[in-house]
Design a binder for this molecule. Structure first.
Ligand code: KDG
Ligand code: MG
Length: 409
């Protein structure tokens, strides 16, 4: 039996928590032969839960394992845990899986996308976040993204009568919702939102014409019939997608949305396994599945989700907000460039401090991201620099209706 094992073993693994502007959790795996791999384990607002899961429960069973056995290690951590799934467990498994793909690429001397079947396209089309308190400000932000070369832009604005709205920040290029140690409280009105949002897209089409891809994120705030009304109202403006229209625990709820509107639906940034999306995909209730490497058990499991999606005319639209580290983005780009059913990749830029902590070989040009050509993922963590930015508690906000009822954020 031992003849089938590679000569190398995992010698060490450590968790690095750093806050170069925002918190990131990174796993570094080191083999006896000195090959290293990195994986993102960041779970926004719950970072230390994943760090502890890795340190206390995963790293002890990794030591001595064959780093070449990615699938077996995935199955060992998933089936072997008994308590399956959930964002903490799946982010931890993702970090291990990503690091092992990095190591496999380095050992093979190939960028990871070559191990996934090679390129299916030249570049990865990305979308940026245009947001503004007013429609005028949001339109200026769209114009800025188009000047930068983007071909797809998500548009969010403030809602008249509400003091703050999801997706609208003071800083145009680096939207960061985890803004306080104890969650900020926002106020929400579905009525005001439904009245306002179609006006934003009417204006965007008037100013930017029919060909820019426009997207909008509802952030789980509607019921299916409200989402159906919004989708219908937005049909004249030809959105590429309407994201997270309702909370998706009840996958069957999307049947109602589908019966009423042809606006394409994107869902899944909070999903952590194929089971979260099974009905949505197999019944063709969505058009884009948005989970990404760190959230859904790494490259191994994400590929499984995307393959199921490919059978049902569903394309990928991976989450790429700033809380997904450059390690996650690097890994996502290798998947994006290789799969047949790629749709879009979100690309919210990281700050200069973050980019310096995570040196990487991917690059942006003319609306596309390109994965690194270096062996492995082409991304690393500068541990000395990371140590200069200690962890700072930061939580995502919560949301209440005008009468004080808790609502989805
Ligand atoms: O951590 C939460 C963010 O990633 C989320 O608010 C961003 O909805 C989001 C998006 O579509 O990027
Ligand atoms: Mg979103």
């Amino acid at each position: 039996m031992s003849r089938t094992r590679s000569a190398d073993r995992i010698a060490d693994a450590r968790v690095i928590v750093t806050c170069p502007g925002r918190n990131f959790v990174t796993l570094k795996v080191i083999t006896e032969q000195g090959v290293t791999g990195v994986g993102d384990a960041t779970l926004n607002g719950r970072e230390l839960a994943v760090a502890a899961y890795l340190t206390e429960h995963v790293i002890p069973v990794l030591i001595g394992r064959d780093p070449a056995r990615i699938e077996d290690t995935w199955q060992y951590l998933y089936r072997g845990a008994y308590w399956r799934r959930g964002p903490v467990t799946m982010s931890a498994i993702a970090a291990v899986d990503t690091a092992l793909w990095d190591i496999k690429g380095k050992v093979a001397g190939l960028p990871v996308y070559q191990l996934l079947g090679g390129r299916s396209r030249e570049g990865v089309t990305v979308y940026g976040h245009a947001n503004g308190e007013t429609i005028d400000e949001a339109m200026a932000a769209v114009a800025h993204y188009l000047e930068l070369g983007y071909k797809a832009v998500r548009v969010q604005t403030g809602v008249p009568g509400l003091p703050s709205t999801y997706g609208v920040s003071k800083d145009q290029m680096f939207y960061e919702p985890a803004d306080a140690a104890i969650p900020t409280e926002n106020v929400w009105s579905t009525q005001r939102y439904l009245e306002h949002t179609p006006k934003v897209f009417a204006r965007a089409r008037e100013e930017f014409g029919p060909y820019v891809k426009l997207l909008h994120d509802v952030h789980h705030r509607l019921t299916p019939i409200e989402a159906a009304r919004l989708g219908k109202a937005l049909e004249p403006y030809g959105l590429t997608w309407l994201e997270d229209p309702v909370p998706a625990e009840l996958q069957e709820g999307f049947r109602l949305i589908r019966q009423h509107t042809t606006t394409p639906i994107a869902v899944g940034e909070v999903f952590n396994s194929i089971y979260d999306a099974r009905t949505l995909i197999t019944e063709q209730l969505i058009d884009y599945i948005r989970t990404t490497v760190v959230r859904a058990g790494g490259i191994t499991h994400l590929r499984r989700i995307f393959d199921l999606a490919a059978l049902h005319h569903v394309r990928s639209g991976s989450h790429g907000a700033t809380d997904l580290s450059p390690v996650c983005l690097a890994a996502a780009l290798h998947v994006d460039i290789a799969i047949p059913n790629f749709g879009l990749q979100e690309y919210m830029r990281h700050t200069e401090e973050t980019d310096a902590v995570f040196p990487h070989g991917y690059w942006f040009e003319d609306g596309y991201l390109f994965p690194s050509e270096e062996p492995g993922l082409g991304v690393d963590i500068d541990e000395e620099l990371a140590a200069q930015y200690p962890y700072k508690p930061a939580s995502l906000p919560v949301n209440r209706l005008e009468d004080g009822t808790m609502h989805d954020w």
